[in-house]
Design a protein around this ligand. Structure first.
Ligand code: PEP
Ligand code: MN
Length: 337
């Protein structure tokens, strides 16, 4: 249920409603918009039907949330969510680009790439220290050593750090270094992991599962949000279809669909979608045109030697070129980059 408050509702009146809801075993999530404050009452809604919420002072109206995802839905919050991290904002007028190598391989490798992507205008450095690899014999990441290099890259460039968390047991360590926690495609329905990151006050970048529907993806966002962490960024990274020319099929229609269904920011990762560096720029440009709030792009100074995903990584020069092309498209659709 959504409880819409009157514009002049006092703090005491709101607290009284929240107390009533929590007393009934429901969770109360407050969304303070510029126009209106609403309370999302989440839990077994049958209980709610037994109390006359409209009779409470300060309540304007009570509405059901018809979608299975509640906190993530536009019904709960009409304005776009803008997530603030350091000096960056995700979901505002300005697009954000998260760039870096698939895996942190060494201090030198990471610092070099971080300097390059910063120079090209990226807003975040992204690199994996814990890598979900298809083969157990592939490079699995530098773990804490890699996190330390990411923190050093942040200190040198000022770029906040995005890095993946694969296991609830690693979160405590990763939150010491990261600014945004990435949940990879393979873990999109790892509900224990989702719930756990939901208890932290760190934004979460939630990638779409390899064969997840948009609804399933939003239900995963709901898992995180229902634990209290509302700072979720959705990342379309391609889905598995019958097509084999590309690594995955980039579902760009997910961008406008999500813009209708949810207030959460949406970014696009063309690198994992197409799997080939030549195809990354056209799909990145298309993502900007489709209304994405940002991009996640893999960049490597020496893709031939990369320990992970070299075939889809852009060299810094090409990344710089792409950034300037995307800037023009952003302007054309009323955004900045
Ligand atoms: C990655 O971002 O490097 C990655 C492994 O992506 P995904 O989870 O989308 O496959
Ligand atoms: Mn990768």
């Amino acid at each position: 249920m959504i409880i819409v408050l009157k514009p002049d509702t006092t703090r005491e009146q709101m607290d009284h409603i929240i107390e009533k809801l929590t007393g009934l075993g429901l969770k109360a999530h407050v969304s303070a918009g510029t126009e209106r404050t609403v309370i999302g009452a989440i839990g077994d809604e049958r209980i709610l039907r037994t109390i006359p919420l409209e009779a409470f002072p300060g309540v304007e109206k009570v509405l059901p949330i018809l979608k299975p995802f509640k906190l993530a839905s536009r019904d709960f919050k009409q304005e776009n969510s803008v997530i603030r991290i350091g000096g960056a904002e995700i979901g505002g007028r300005k697009l954000v680009v998260m760039a870096g190598p698939c895996a942190v391989e060494s201090r030198e490798q990471l610092l070099e790439i971080a300097g390059e992507v910063k120079g090209a205008g990226a807003a975040f450095i992204r690199g994996g220290a814990f890598k979900p690899r298809t083969s157990p014999y592939s490079f699995q990441g530098l773990e804490e050593e890699g996190l330390k290099y990411l923190a050093e890259a942040r200190q040198k460039t000022g770029l906040p750090v995005v890095t993946e968390v694969m296991d609830p047991r690693d979160i405590e360590l990763i939150v010491k270094y990261a600014d945004v926690l990435q949940i990879g495609a393979r873990n999109m329905q790892n509900f224990r992991l989702l719930k756990e990151v939901g208890t932290y006050r760190k934004p979460v970048l939630l990638k779409r599962g390899i064969s997840a529907t948009i609804k399933e993806w939003l239900m995963s966002a709901e898992y995180i949000m229902s634990e209290g962490n509302h700072d979720v960024i959705l990342c379309e990274r391609g889905i598995r279809t019958y097509e084999t020319e590309t690594r995955n099929t980039l579902d760009l229609s997910a961008v406008p669909v999500l813009k209708q269904l949810t207030h959460l920011p949406v970014i696009v990762d063309p690198s994992h979608a197409v799997g080939k560096w030549e195809l990354v720029p056209p799909m990145a440009r298309a993502a900007v045109a489709a209304g994405a709030d940002g991009l996640l792009i893999e960049v490597h100074s020496n893709p031939e030697e990369a320990l992970c995903d070299g075939e889809q990584s852009l060299k810094p020069k090409m990344f710089r070129q792409l950034m300037s092309e995307m800037r023009v498209i952003a302007q054309a659709v009323g955004r900045d980059l």
